[in-house]
Design a protein around this ligand. Structure first.
Ligand SMILES: Cc1cc2nc3c(=O)[nH]c(=O)nc-3n(C[C@H](O)[C@H](O)[C@H](O)COP(=O)(O)O)c2cc1C
Length: 210
């Protein structure tokens, strides 16, 4: 049997020790991130590493502020209850020593333009929905997280707070043109061991055609 421990070690970590993460270690994780596959090897990802505690707190507060604005506008108590349940999951990075921000850059898909030009819109839509530029960044972020876990660090993939992306961008302006924020993750030493939530049975997730 192959040793897949490096896969099973990764779990979402939401509580961290105060201990800093040296840049040297972060660079190793970033190197692993660069080894992800990407369409046409475009590597259309960029990472912003936030180690400034005040900035991290400001981002958490910005998320809460936008959240409050959303809640104010939702008049249905049931919907408000549903929304409020998740708020704590949008700011879990708050106590972490590092916040990782993953950005997606441009990925030219000339095929889409061509298919549209020749009137093959259904095919163009299929290519669009595969969203290769998103897949590239996701593959890279997963590599980052696997590397982090293997090095004894915890991460948590987060997109829940994307409703506050515009506000986050004012706090952390992206200087590279054409890059959009895709996900954020805390990074640090896990406060305690955790277990991953239950998985689907393997038999449930595949179809064999032979
Ligand atoms: C696209 C995506 C978005 C996620 N967003 C959040 C989030 O906003 N907050 C959070 O606490 N966890 C978030 N998670 C983590 C999931 O809840 C977690 O991966 C899932 O429950 C499985 O647990 P595990 O990562 O420990 O294996 C997200 C995961 C993914 C892949």
């Amino acid at each position: 049997m192959s040793n897949l421990d490096f896969i099973y070690k990764r779990k979402s970590v939401r509580k961290f020790k105060e201990q800093d993460v040296p840049m040297e270690d972060i660079k190793e994780m970033l190197k692993a991130a660069t080894y992800a596959p990407s369409g046409k090897n475009v590597q259309n990802w960029h990472y912003v590493i936030v180690k400034d505690k005040n900035k991290i707190e400001q981002i958490a507060q910005a998320i809460e502020n936008v959240y409050d604005r959303i809640i104010e506008k939702v008049n249905d108590p049931e919907k408000t209850k549903g929304l409020t349940k998740f708020l704590k999951y949008y700011t879990v990075f708050r106590e972490a020593p590092v916040l990782i921000m993953a950005y997606m850059g441009h990925y030219e898909e000339k095929e889409i333009e061509l298919l549209e030009e020749i009137g093959m819109y259904d095919q163009a839509n299929v290519v669009k929905r595969t969203a290769s530029r998103v897949q590239n960044v996701a593959a890279s972020l997963e590599n980052f997280m696997l590397a982090a876990a293997n090095m004894g660090y915890g991460t948590c993939w987060m997109t829940g707070a994307c409703f506050a992306t515009l506000e986050i961008e004012t706090l952390i302006p992206m200087e590279k043109e054409g890059f959009d924020l895709m996900a954020i993750s805390p990074l640090g030493i896990p406060l305690k061991d955790s277990t991953a939530p239950k998985r689907k049975e393997v038999e449930e997730i595949f179809t064999l055609i032979e």
